[in-house]
Design a protein around this ligand. Structure first.
Ligand SMILES: Nc1ncnc2c1ncn2[C@@H]1O[C@H](COP(=O)(O)OP(=O)(O)O)[C@@H](O)[C@H]1O
Ligand SMILES: [Mg+2]
Length: 331
């Protein structure tokens, strides 16, 4: 596997700057997750690395090679697309073997069989090898399409929201599987998603994309605890960080425009009055929706809280984050 490096990479479609001046290093062996909402430039970034789009500016390096002028096949990357693209009339075995039968790779048949078996084991679908692709569940199909990337031994795996079409239970299962596969194969992985849980649970490094720009890159914990902007702060954390005018709580530093309070930054039982507007019991936790001086604020409380709508409680902030009028963090 190899390190992948983007230097000043930009790509526009007409007037839309899909990707702007991206500087990014995916270290060898890392599991990097690029996080951003729809339209942030995630797919374009992957397509640029895969060679399916050409950069307007900047350069892309895979290991020692500058690959800007290489074809997708020369670049030696394996991409998993958002919609699984299996050959429905072929068996799972033949779908998995397909990339290895390409004339460029010239893999010997017994090597193909060994590799297909190995990947089927890793994906926990060895008993499905003789099934037609059409006889699989959605989750199994997505495993096979991930498997079609895993049979290869590329410089890097690129994955474009591969779990987004699956139901919640399968997504949770495959998150754990992907993390395990990454550890087992010591693979280099660049994975893009709009799902913060995927970023938090799988990534060794998270990059946050905002309108084509990479606005922060770090460990999931660093991004959560030290967001550079209010936008970044709002990407991670459930319930979402509360962003309120800075002066509604005492103690705002000068220049503060917005106070950012994560649920754990709202201390209960002391301070100023807030009214309970809704109590949301989620089983293992309870979300408390409050009205504080005319502002909505969400925090967490004991799963078995007796609190009810309309009651008054006391709250105060602790270790809040502050942002200036442009959304930049004050430190
Ligand atoms: N082939 C294309 N033609 C025109 N606009 C495109 C094309 N591909 C992407 N875009 C635009 O570029 C921006 C980024 O798109 P994309 O990379 O698909 O974002 P994401 O994957 O994060 O949702 C969007 O505004 C999108 O509409
Ligand atoms: Mg996309």
């Amino acid at each position: 596997m190899a390190e992948v490096r983007l230097e000043g990479v930009s790509k526009a479609f007409g007037k839309t700057n899909a990707v702007s001046e991206i500087e990014l290093t995916v270290p060898d062996g890392a599991f990097v997750v690029l996080l951003g909402p729809t339209g942030a430039g995630k797919t374009t970034t992957l397509r640029l690395i895969a060679g399916l789009e050409k950069c307007d500016a900047g350069s892309i390096h895979i290991g020692e090679r500058q690959v800007n002028d290489e074809t997708p096949a020369q670049r030696d990357v394996a991409m998993v697309f958002q919609q699984y693209s299996l050959y429905p009339h072929l068996t799972v075995r033949d779908n998995l073997a397909f990339p290895l039968r390409s004339p460029i790779l010239k893999t010997p048949p017994d090597e193909i069989e060994r590799k297909v078996r190995e990947v089927a084991e890793v994906l926990r679908i060895p008993e499905k090898l003789d099934n037609k692709a059409t006889e699989l569940s959605g989750g199994e199909m997505q495993r096979v399409s991930i498997g079609r990337a895993l049979v290869r031994d590329p410089a890097i795996y690129l994955m474009d929201e591969p779990l987004s079409s699956l139901d919640a239970k399968l997504r949770a299962e495959l998150r754990i599987e992907l993390k395990r596969i990454h550890d087992e194969l010591a693979a280099t992985l660049l994975y893009v998603t709009h799902d913060q849980i995927e970023a938090m649970t799988m990534a060794s490094h998270v990059g946050v994309l905002d309108h084509g720009r990479l606005v922060q890159f770090g460990t999931p914990r660093d991004i959560y605890e030290n967001p550079r902007t209010a936008y970044v702060a709002a990407r991670l954390g459930q319930p979402r960080i509360n962003l309120l005018p800075a002066d509604v709580f005492a103690g705002a530093p000068s220049g503060a425009h917005t106070i950012g309070l994560r649920p754990e930054h709202v201390e209960q039982g002391k301070g100023e009055e807030a009214t309970v507007s809704r109590v949301e019991h989620l089983g293992d936790q309870t979300r408390l929706h409050l009205d504080y001086r005319g502002h909505a604020l969400t925090t967490l409380t004991d799963a078995h809280t007796p609190l009810q709508r309309g009651e008054t409680i006391l709250i105060r902030s602790r270790q809040a984050l502050y942002f200036d009028a442009d959304g930049n963090r004050l430190t």
